[in-house]
Design a protein around this ligand. Structure first.
Ligand code: UDX
Length: 430
C-alpha cells in the first residue's frame, strides 16, 4: 500500500521505517529539511535500536521523506504523528496537529477517491472527530464519510525498544467508524498481523483515544501502587521485591511493572497522566487515583533524599549521582527522577558529581553547574555518598569502585546494586 505519515519525530520516524519494512511504499512529511535529508540518505534522525538499519535499508527507496504535502496525494492513508505537548496546566496543546490537519486538508482538495486520515498522536477523546475532522473537512471541501474518512490508531511503543514493540505488539487498536477506514487500516497492518498475530481491537474512535490514556495511566498507577506498598515495606524492614515476586504470581496482578523505587519519568507517563487528569477535571470529575499516582511518584525522590539524610549531612560533601536518564537504554532525561534528586542535593549544599553512560550532555543543559564524571569510578572517588538513580547494567555491576569513597554510603533507588561488605547500603523500598 502507499502510506503517508505527517511528522518525523520519535513515533513518526519509527512507524514510517517499520511500515516500509512491512513492504509498503511510505512517504514521511516533515517541515524540518535536515530530518528529511537524513532519512532520504538512509540515516535515522533519532537514536533507537534497530531504526538505523531499517532506515539504511529503506531510506530513499521504500521510505522517502519530503517537506511537500503534495506527495500525500499518491497515498491512500495518512497517519498524523505530531507532538501534542503539555501546557502549564497539564492539558495537551493540539495546535501542531491542528496545523498539520489544515495543511493536509488543503492538499486533499486535489485528491480523487477515498482518503483515510488516522490520528497516531496521543489525543483526548473527541479530538479526532470534533477538532481534527472539521478542520480537514473545511480545508479540503470534502465531507466526512464521502471520500474522506478519519480513524484513530494509538501507539504503545517504548523508548529503547520502539522497533521491536511496533513490529511485535501485544495488541493493535483500530478506532474507526467507517468500513473504508477500518478496511484500509487492516490492509496497512496485514503483514504484521500475519507475522505476529497480535490481538486486534476494533473499536470506536473515542474509545481508541481513551485506550491510550487508560493504558499509560494504569501502568503509571501500577508503579505508584507498588511504590506505595514498597514504602510501607521499608517501614517494617520488609523487602518489597520479595513481596512483588509473590504477588506477581497472581495472574490478576501479573509480574510486570512491579519494580518499586524512584518511580516513573520519560515523555509519556507524566504527560499523559497530566493530560487525562486535566481533561477529567474539565468534565467536572476528580481523578483521585491518578492524582495519587502522581503524588506518590513525586514523593519517591524526596524519600530517597531523606534516607540519605539519615546517614550523611551532605552540605559541602561530594555526592555521586549514578544514572541520569529516565530509564536505562536511552539518553532521554525528560522527567527523569534524577532532576528532583539533583535539585534536592543542590539545596543541601552538596557537590554533585553525576555519571551517565549517554545522558550527560542532555543533563548538562539542565544543570550546567554540577560536575560530570567520565566513569562511575570517577564519580565515586572521594564521595561521601552515592545515589543510584538509573539501573544501567554498568551501574548494577559496580563492585570495588565503591572502595575509594570517603564514606561508602550507597542509597539505591532502583534495586540495582547488591548489598555487600564494606558499604552502608540502603534500598528505597527494600
Ligand atoms: C511508556 C509505555 O510503556 C509505552 O507503552 C508508551 O507508548 C510510552 O510510555 P516509556 O516511557 O518508553 O514507555 O517507558 P517504560 O519502559 O514504560 O517505563 C516508564 C517509566 O516507568 C520509567 O521511568 C521506568 O523506570 C518506570 N518503571 C517501569 C518503574 O519504575 N517500575 C517498573 O516496574 C516499570
Amino acid at each position: 500500500m502507499r502510506i503517508s505519515i505527517i511528522g518525523s519525530g520519535y513515533v513518526g520516524t519509527t512507524i514510517a521505517a517499520c511500515f516500509a519494512d512491512m513492504g509498503h511504499e511510505v512517504v514521511n512529511v516533515d517541515i524540518d529539511e535536515e530530518i528529511v535529508a537524513a532519512i532520504n540518505s538512509g540515516k535515522s534522525p533519532i537514536h533507537e535500536p534497530g531504526l538505523d538499519d531499517l532506515i539504511a535499508t529503506h531510506g530513499g527507496d521504500m521510505l522517502t521523506a519530503t517537506t511537500d504535502y503534495d506527495d500525500v496525494l499518491d497515498t491512500e492513508i495518512t497517519f498524523l504523528a505530531l507532538p501534542t505537548p503539555s501546557r502549564e496546566d497539564g492539558s495537551i496543546d493540539t495546535s501542531i496537529i491542528e496545523a498539520a490537519a489544515e495543511s493536509l486538508g488543503g492538499t486533499l482538495q486535489d485528491k480523487d477517491g477515498d482518503h483515510v486520515v488516522v490520528t497516531k498522536s496521543t489525543v483526548i477523546p473527541t479530538t479526532t472527530t470534533e477538532t481534527l475532522a472539521p478542520i480537514i473537512e473545511a480545508a479540503s471541501g470534502k465531507t466526512l464519510g464521502d471520500n474522506l474518512h478519519v480513524a484513530m490508531n494509538p501507539e504503545f511503543l517504548r523508548e529503547g525498544t520502539a522497533v521491536e514493540d511496533f513490529l511485535d505488539p501485544d495488541k493493535v487498536v483500530f478506532g474507526a467508524e467507517s468500513d473504508t477506514a477500518l478496511d484500509t487500516l487492516h490492509g496497512v497492518f496485514e503483514p504484521l498481523i500475519e507475522q505476529t498475530d497480535p490481538a486486534i481491537v476494533d473499536t470506536g474512535i473515542e474509545e481508541a483515544e481513551m485506550i491510550k490514556y487508560a493504558n499509560n495511566g494504569f501502568l503509571a498507577a501500577k508503579v505508584s501502587l507498588i511504590n506505595d506498598i514498597g514504602n510501607i515495606c521499608k517501614e517494617y524492614g520488609v523487602d518489597a521485591y520479595e513481596v512483588a515476586d509473590a504477588i506477581g504470581l497472581d495472574n490478576r496482578i501479573s509480574a510486570r511493572f512491579l519494580r518499586s523505587g524512584l518511580g516513573w519519568g520519560g515523555s509519556c507517563f507524566p504527560k499523559d497522566t497530566a493530560a487525562i487528569k486535566s481533561a477529567a477535571r474539565e468534565q467536572g470529575y476528580e481523578p483521585r487515583m491518578l492524582d495519587a499516582a502522581t503524588e506518590i511518584n513525586d514523593r519517591q525522590p524526596v524519600r530517597l533524599l531523606s534516607l540519605l539524610d539519615n546517614h550523611v549531612d551532605v552540605a559541602g560533601e561530594r555526592v555521586a549521582v549514578l544514572g541520569l536518564s529516565f530509564k536505562p537504554g536511552t539518553d532521554d532525561i525528560r522527567n527523569s527522577r534524577a532532576i528532583p534528586v539533583i535539585e534536592g542535593l543542590n539545596k543541601r549544599g552538596a557537590t554533585v558529581v553525576a555519571y551517565d553512560p549517554v545522558a550527560t550532555e542532555n543533563m548538562r543543559e539542565r544543570f550546567p553547574d554540577i560536575k560530570y564524571a567520565d566513569s562511575p569510578k570517577a564519580a565515586l572517588d572521594d564521595a561521601s555518598a552515592a545515589l543510584v538513580i538509573t539501573d544501567w547494567p554498568e551501574i548494577a555491576d559496580l563492585d570495588d569502585e565503591f572502595d575509594t569513597m570517603s564514606t561508602p554510603v550507597v542509597i539505591d533507588g532502583r534495586h540495582a546494586i547488591d548489598r555487600r561488605d564494606g558499604i552502608v547500603y540502603e534500598g528505597l523500598t527494600w
